[in-house]
Design a protein around this ligand. Structure first.
Ligand code: JFZ
Length: 546
């Protein structure tokens, strides 16, 4: 591969200015305006949707353009905040003086086999007087999230909203007597944040007939007909959730969970018929009954390649529990969380990061701190995340382990946290986690020693980066960090190093903008959007997720 850095007239230092890069972005956008309207999702054929499902989801009756418009906000959002909040917050992970280990707090009723009557008593003392919807939403907004998803009803069956359909709810059964979902809907509407409701449609440990995973029912009060449970609780409550917040334009999505075989295609179809009356409401892939929903929901992990061509969202705990546990202090570092967000964006997904408020209505400070630190980074670098597509490079940032297995027994994906790229038409954003381990300067060979070698890259403005750390030391604590104003400019020939002729077919499917950049013989401007690592966060408790 010949490198032509000097001969390319456009790789001049002036490119380092943001203004010029922005200008180029506009030029590229104009050049490729024909290609970004291309729908990614193919229309489902009549046979595949109607044959499988008694009721066809509304999206399957739409044109690709309508379907894209319906989910556009969600695709651009990239970052959301999950909230697991319910009666279990009162127990905070402890029942009868015994700490619940190895299970999340919201599963305590099931894991400790708490009798239905005893669990229901928790409502009488649930009084989250410190709950303040405006504060929660303001915090979410400052964290840079574009949407919130909150547990309207979790597996314990307790409705965190005003429900005429079932009295086991926060308005009728607690001294609090208010509907926090209403307050959140109002606050979200005011502050421009989308709002989704999590609803456990299948498991319900306090309603007769509701399902119970991990051992089945443990209390006679749980026995009954699943269909009757769906008809008398699930469908009426879903109607409430879909209709009672319309003044606030909510909800924007319903997040179903843990489908079992009980959820037959017919019962699920009845639910879909209700959802279809609200064509803009998105719903995830966990309804059951064979329905795919609008998006995939990998949980607690980031898939190695994302889900090319699909909408997907990784949901993840900020420590190790979803529902509040007073003694879970195993928080992921801000740096890990940010790298997860960037990794997910580079693969075209959303990051739904969870917080677990306590029983007084307070989001624990370590969780708030981390959320806000992410928001601080996004404020400077958000254009590398929001509304982006996967980056153009085919580099694999990791490898499948030959020894470690994942939950399903397959070789585990072990990521390398070096750098990730995202893209918008005409612009590629490179976020670098591991700044190179060597002295390097503006020469073709010297720029990147170590793993990352985009030969031909040039760093502007002209200056040398010295990296003062010994090999093997923590690369995080003291490495030299680039600032947001720095640029790497890579010309088409050096880009071709990453995209050999043979690989371009593969690239065309996911990264058409970048491939067209190559074909047009123009310089690709790459924004380095890094800044955040300058802040020391929590070096002692760092933990990498895979
Ligand atoms: C589910 C819930 O059970 C959990 O409480 C939380 O709400 C989370 C977001 O979603 O978590 C699951 C679902 C399925 C499995 C594990 C956790 N599973 O199949 O192993």
């Amino acid at each position: 591969m010949t490198l032509k850095n000097d001969s390319n007239p456009r790789t001049f230092p002036g490119l380092a200015s943001r203004g010029l890069a922005a200008l180029l972005a506009v030029v590229f956008a104009a050049t490729f305006s024909g290609c970004h309207s291309t729908p990614k999702t193919q229309p489902a054929t009549k046979t595949s949707s109607t044959a499988q499902h008694p009721v066809e989801p509304i999206k399957d009756t739409m044109t690709p353009a309508q379907r894209d418009a319906r989910i556009a906000w969600w695709r651009q959002a990239r970052f959301g905040m999950f909230i697991h909040w319910g009666l279990y917050a009162e127990l905070a992970g402890t029942w009868n003086g015994k700490r619940l280990e190895n299970h999340p707090g919201e599963w305590i009723m099931n894991r400790d086999r708490i009798p239905v009557a005893d669990y229901k008593k928790l409502a009488a003392t649930f009084d989250p007087t410190k709950f303040n919807a405006d504060q929660w939403v303001a915090m979410a907004k400052a964290s840079g999230v574009k949407y919130i998803v909150i547990t309207a009803k979790h597996h314990d069956g307790f409705a965190m909203f005003n429900s005429a359909a079932n009295k086991f709810n926060i308005v009728d059964a607690t001294p609090f007597k208010r509907d926090p979902l209403k307050a959140l809907a109002i606050a979200c509407h005011k502050q421009g944040i989308k709002l989704g409701f999590y609803y456990s449609q299948d498991q319900d440990w306090t309603a007769p007939g509701g399902a119970a995973l991990r051992g089945g029912h443990w209390d006679k009060a749980q026995d009954g007909s699943f269909a009757e449970y769906v008809h008398t609780k699930v469908i009426p409550q879903l109607k409430e959730l879909l209709n009672n917040y319309q003044g606030e334009d909510a909800p924007d999505e319903i997040w179903f969970d843990t489908p079992t075989k009980d959820m037959t295609p017919e019962l699920a179809g009845e639910i879909v018929a209700v959802l279809n009356k609200h064509p803009n409401v998105l719903w995830n892939n966990r309804l059951g009954g064979g329905y795919q929903g609008d998006f995939e929901t990998p949980e607690q992990h980031i898939p190695a390649q994302g889900y090319p061509g699909k909408n997907w969202e990784t949901c993840m705990t900020i420590n190790t529990t979803w529902g509040y546990k007073s003694f879970d202090t195993d928080f992921k570092s801000t740096e890990t969380l940010l790298q997860n967000l960037i990794d997910i964006a580079s693969k075209g997904g959303n990051y739904l990061l969870n917080v677990g408020p306590d029983a007084t209505g307070v989001i624990p400070k370590p969780e708030r701190d981390r959320m806000l630190a992410i928001g601080k980074w996004l404020k400077v670098n958000g254009d590398a995340i929001y509304g982006t597509q996967p980056g153009p490079f085919t580099d694999q940032h990791g490898a499948y382990s030959t020894t470690k297995k994942d939950r399903k027994g397959n070789p585990r994906w072990v990521p390398v946290w070096d750098w990730r790229a995202t893209a918008k038409p005409g612009t590629v954003y490179v976020s670098i986690f591991e700044w190179p381990h060597a002295t390097f300067s503006q020469s073709n060979q010297g720029i990147y020693a170590g793993r990352y070698k985009p030969q031909g890259a040039q760093v502007f403005p002209k200056r040398e980066w010295h990296h003062g750390e010994a090999a093997g030391q923590s690369a995080r604590s003291n490495r030299q960090r680039p600032s947001a104003a720095d640029r790497i400019v890579i010309d088409k020939d050096s880009l071709a190093v990453h995209a050999p002729q043979s690989a371009q077919q593969v690239q065309l499917q996911r990264h058409d903008h970048a491939v067209r950049v190559l074909e047009e013989h123009i310089v690709l401007s790459i924004d380095i959007s890094i800044d955040y690592l300058a802040e020391p966060t929590h070096p002692a408790t760092e933990k990498k997720e895979d």
